[in-house]
Design a protein around this ligand. Structure first.
Ligand code: KIV
Length: 258
């Protein structure tokens, strides 16, 4: 249980995955939570923002991950435009994800603005993870992807929103790209786990985008991103070797044919 992990002081490790093969590896490695993030819009589909991805796409990704995962908790992002309009629409979107992708929970961005939707989804028995701070679905409101809640007013609102989400019954909240001091304060004031991305070490767990931490994506290099591999170079090298082997008739050899 995630809340027990928080109580024990055991940090929660969360990563994104969007497809069967990657989710198999990530689950096998022992990850606690797999987030089928709407960052799929960027890393899988090549869009500049998370806005274009649809509910159907998220269900497709969620169902692919579901087929792979044996032990981790799976959370699927509600995409932009599927929960902000009204709470009935939000509930219908969440129900479709749960029914068609068979996952464990949904995540949505925002605080008091989406509280009615959060309440309605929760009242249908669907677990909800909140997401505050930098909320990429609101990029056109912010105008940039820089650190959020640096000023007092925004920090106060974030603290209030986090409390509202906890009181509503969310089981966890993601804090993205906010000052570490503020994130620690929020984590200490809540009983539910706080998962950070670019929010320092004082929170209850960390999340990264899998393609970023594996070094598959190249251009995205924020300070908080630790790269554990340079898979872009590794895969490129392997593909180059294959091309060369095909062109030089080295592949297939006698043992690789029937
Ligand atoms: O979509 C996503 O990958 C996310 C994480 C950055 C938290 O929401």
């Amino acid at each position: 249980m995630l809340s027990e992990m928080k109580l024990r002081g055991e940090k929660i490790a969360m990563l994104t995955a969007y497809d069967y093969s990657m989710a198999t590896i990530v689950d096998n490695a022992g990850i606690d939570i797999i987030l089928v993030g709407d960052s799929a819009s960027n890393v899988m589909a090549g869009h500049e923002t998370t806005l274009p991805i649809t509910l159907e796409h998220m269900i497709y990704h969620g169902a692919s991950v579901r087929r792979a995962v044996k032990r981790a908790l799976i959370v699927v992002d509600l995409p932009f435009g599927t929960y902000q309009g009204n709470s009935k629409e939000a509930l219908n979107s969440a129900i479709r994800i749960m029914k068609e992708a068979h996952v464990d929970a949904v995540k949505l961005e925002g605080g008091c603005e989406v509280l009615e939707s959060v309440n309605r989804i929760l009242s249908a028995g669907i677990p909800v993870m909140g997401h505050l701070g930098l909320t990429p679905q609101s990029i056109h409101k912010f105008g940039t992807y820089t650190v959020r809640a640096k000023d007092k007013a925004e920090a106060e609102k974030l603290k209030e929103d986090a409390k509202l989400l906890e009181e509503a019954g969310c089981f966890a909240v993601v804090l993205e790209k906010i000052p570490a001091k503020l994130a620690r304060e929020v984590a200490e004031s809540l009983t539910i786990p706080v998962i950070g991305i670019g929010a320092g070490s004082g929170v209850d767990g960390q999340v990264l985008v899998l393609h970023d931490m594996l070094g598959i994506t190249q251009e995205f290099s924020p300070r908080f991103l630790r790269r554990y591999h340079n898979l872009f170079a590794e895969i490129k090298g392997a593909v180059s070797n294959y091309i060369q082997d095909v062109k030089t008739l080295d592949f297939p050899n006698e043992r690789e044919q029937y």
